[in-house]
Design a protein around this ligand. Structure first.
Ligand code: PEP
Length: 249
């Protein structure tokens, strides 16, 4: 039985003041029922989230991590530093990192290992561009992205990862994959996970991300292999985020 998980990816949005009101709205409206809930703020606000969310049913995480443990890596943040601030999750290989920062499949795999070694749960993102979908390359592309990560893991480590399918053409565009389109990709990712380890692969939560909103969340999460959502825009408004969490009940 996979409990649904809804994770807010705040991207590079927020301020101390706006976060305070967003966080108090989420905490006030979430009693731990519905889906499991988490937020991933920009790194400077992790301490604020730790203070606001400690003792609540909402967990928090980061949007990226270094592949390195420590040392001369100006601007990078290590997995143990994220643990110091109570992070449970880290989003890895988001298409905005792959696209804007040239992150390769190998780098995402290395970051996944670094996160797991520190006791974080990586949320590994995969997803195709519109051109790749139109060229019939969706499966090959997503499977190569996931495969690079799986190659770096021991089969038992599948127990500690989350996968997010995020078609690039649906992110921040208002265009959502239909539940059937998303389910078809999720089912293939599930098969690939089960090939690595039948039992743990069946337990991995596969989130959908790409313009998930209160009015389409329930339908998407009703699909057998859609185990929750990675939410961008709609995670910045407490009522919308709470409605998506409730849709995962
Ligand atoms: C995302 O960036 O992970 C995302 C899914 O964004 P949005 O919900 O805004 O499409």
């Amino acid at each position: 039985m996979r409990r649904k998980l809804v994770v807010g990816n705040w991207k590079m949005n927020g301020s101390l003041a706006s976060n305070a009101s967003l966080l108090s709205g989420i905490v006030a409206g979430y009693d731990g029922s519905g889906a499991e809930a988490a937020v991933c703020p920009p790194a400077p606000y992790l301490a604020q989230c730790q203070q606001a969310l400690q003792g609540s049913a909402v967990s928090w995480g980061a949007q990226d991590v270094s592949r390195h443990l420590s040392g001369a890596f100006t601007g990078e943040i290590s997995a143990t530093m994220l643990k110091d601030f109570g992070c449970r999750w880290v989003i890895l290989g988001h298409c905005e990192r792959r696209g804007n920062h040239g992150e390769s499949n190998q780098l995402v795999a290395d970051k996944t290992v670094a996160a797991l070694n520190a006791g974080l749960t990586p949320i590994v993102c995969v997803g195709e561009s519109l051109a790749q979908r139109e060229a019939g390359q969706t499966d090959a592309h997503c499977s190569a992205q996931l495969g690079a990560v799986l190659d770096a893991l021991e089969p038992e480590q599948l127990e500690h990862i989350v996968v997010a399918y995020e078609p690039i053409w649906a992110i921040g565009t208002g265009v959502t994959a239909t539940p059937e389109m998303a389910q078809a990709v999720h089912a293939r990712l599930r098969m690939q996970l089960k090939e690595k380890h039948a039992q743990h692969g069946a337990q991995v939560r596969i989130l959908y991300g790409g313009s998930m909103k209160p009015d389409n969340a329930a339908e998407l999460m009703a699909q057998p292999d859609i185990d929750g959502g990675l939410i961008g825009g709609a995670s910045l408004k407490a009522p919308d985020f709470l409605a998506i969490i409730a849709a995962g009940a």
